[in-house]
Write a protein that binds this ligand. Sequence first.
Ligand code: CU
Length: 175
Amino acid sequence: MKKFLFAPAVLLIGLISCNSGTGNESSSSDSTSSQNDTTTMQADSSHTAMNTTTMDALPAVPAGAKVYFKNLKDGQTVSSPLKVEMGATNISVDSAGTIKQNSGHFHIIIDDGDSTASGVVVRKDSTHLHFGNAQKEATVTLSPGKHRLALQFADGIHRSYGSKLSEAITLNVKK
Ligand SMILES: [Cu+2]
């Protein structure tokens, strides 16, 4: 009797790893011209929730303190770029960084309301300008037409003093 030892060495080592890139070179670039000439960047107002109760309280607004546009009046017609002089009475203008009593820095808010609510950090974007180096003058570029400009004072960590330390005016920008 013969035994036929079949050794079916059917070792399928065919683990051919197909990791070479398939020739799919369609880099999806839809260059449909999306040219918005109205650059209104008022999309997200969501990152203003930074006021925790554990941090230092917002300094009190000193008696008689106010801020104002020194060189501009409500309803004035101006040309752009526009020089803006910012004034503060009974409160000092300092650099941002630390919370100090009787102190803060200016912000200009363009076309987004007359003030930021008290204690809320002023947004920082192209229409919410911070002057954290204690600037009292700024140059602002505005498109022709009517614009609402708000001057907002805030403490060293950008928390608004609210409407008590703000002023808002409407300007008419010439073409
Ligand atoms: Cu600020």
